[in-house]
Design a protein around this ligand. Structure first.
Ligand code: FAD
Length: 388
């Protein structure tokens, strides 16, 4: 190849929008895909499952994301989302605390929310490789090589939105992967007689359970518990009877509700340890960058917000091409913005998680906070961000 052609080809490549691979099509990956697809980037999402599917999640979405979702044409109200404006917290012994939520939330299943995001991304020209698992990612000479269960792909940019824990965390030797977590998550959809505007957070020894309305006539009931309870009682039903139902509010729900699935969705190894928003040049967003304790009800809002921030920065830096210098600038800027927006919230989430796992402390805290509503309002405010 002659030198003139090589140089011309080089500049042609530099001035072209980079092609982007997104690993993981949860909320973070899908929102990145929508924003980048709209901006004219060539985007592929690799997702190991096929839509629509259920996930372990409390399905309570902070209203801070509503203006943004509506601005891109996603209106949860049109899908029958519930409007949630009140919070009730109960202690393992049944003490309770009630508050109005300053910002509020909506309730929608992940089955529906992810499906709507997937459809929108596809309509914008985003390509999906479904039922495809990414096995490894290498960064060599300013290019990524991404090996999947079917083929090896190349990309200029890779976004890591593969959730709270993935085979890729092990490949990347991320520290949190090697620290065992004591937590597991369980989720059901139920039918019951319960206020439509309330999220109830019932604590029990070593965990807590959230319940709130979603679309149709369904409620989502989702809890985080310690694996050790399952080990000592053998089955989920036995664990629920012997641990969760010691809280009288939970006993009532379990005895009166109609459970619509034969068995719940479950996940293990839920870790709240610190992570990093960039690893080996992979730009992480959503839970891959850092997971907030479910107690705060803010993980989905953080996934959506971090995806928006990342996509905005890629559009800013890379719309007229990619270079090594631009990659460095993008990585530095995203790193700073991510820490500024999320680091404090994650820290508060970790503190609350440790606090509420303890039976005595939860009882005492709820009794105390019930007498000082401004303090509980202050804590609630600190767990979510401003509307964007
Ligand atoms: C018990 C529990 C309750 C919760 N309740 C709430 C709540 O009420 N409100 C709230 O806002 N947040 C809640 N959260 C948190 C919320 O679910 C997450 O923060 C949110 O789902 C993060 O989105 P994400 O896109 O980062 O990850 P995910 O939604 O987990 O998506 C990651 C995707 O990556 C895919 N993937 C992983 N590895 C690979 C691979 N190697 N190749 C291809 N694909 C891959 C997975 O299949 C998955 O689809 C809860 C979490 C738990 C555990």
């Amino acid at each position: 190849m002659d030198v003139g052609f090589q140089v011309a080809n080089h500049y042609l490549q530099m001035s072209k929008k980079p092609n982007i691979l997104i690993i993981g099509g949860g909320l973070a990956g899908l929102i990145c895909a929508i924003q980048l697809g709209k901006a004219g980037f060539e985007v592929k999402v690799i997702e190991r499952k096929n839509y629509p599917f259920h996930r372990v999640c409390g399905e309570y979405v902070s209203n801070e994301v509503l203006p943004f979702l509506q601005s891109i044409g996603l209106n949860p109200e049109n899908w029958g989302a519930a409007k949630i404006s009140k919070l009730k917290v109960t202690s393992p012994q049944g003490k309770q605390l009630e508050n109005d939520l300053d910002l509020g939330a909506f309730g929608i299943s992940r089955y529906r929310l992810d499906w709507e995001c997937f459809q929108l991304a596809r309509s914008l020209g985003v390509k999906f490789l479904l039922e495809t698992k990414v096995l490894d990612v290498q960064f060599l000479e300013e290019q990524f090589q991404v090996s999947t269960s079917h083929e090896t792909l190349t990309a200029d940019l890779v976004i890591g939105s593969f959730g709270k824990r993935s085979n890729l965390d092990q490949k990347l030797k991320r520290k949190f992967f090697y620290q065992r977590s004591p937590y597991m998550g369980v989720k059901y959809h139920i039918k019951t007689d319960f206020p439509e505007d309330l999220i109830q957070l019932d604590n029990f020894e070593g965990g807590y359970c959230g319940m709130s309305k979603i679309e149709d006539d369904l409620y989502c009931l989702c809890y985080l518990t310690e694996n050790k309870h399952l080990k000592s009682f053998g089955t989920i039903t036995e664990m629920e009877e012997n641990v969760l139902q010691k809280n009288p509010h939970l006993k009532k729900i379990f005895n009166e509700a109609e459970f619509v699935w034969d068995k719940p969705e479950t996940i293990n190894e839920i870790s709240f340890e610190q992570k990093s928003p960039i690893e080996n040049h992979i730009l992480m967003c959503g839970d891959s960058a850092g997971m907030i304790a479910p107690l705060c009800g803010n993980g989905m809002a953080m996934a959506i917000h971090s995806a928006k921030i990342l996509a905005d920065e890629i559009i800013n830096f890379m719309s007229d091409g990619i270079s090594k210098a631009k990659r460095v600038q993008l990585e530095n800027r995203y790193h700073d913005l991510w820490y500024k927006e999320f680091a404090l919230r994650l820290k508060i989430g970790r503190g609350l998680q440790n606090f509420f796992g303890n039976k005595l402390m939860t009882n005492a805290a709820i009794a105390l906070l019930a007498q000082f509503p401004p303090v509980s309002n202050f804590i609630i405010k600190k767990t979510h961000g401003k509307a964007f």
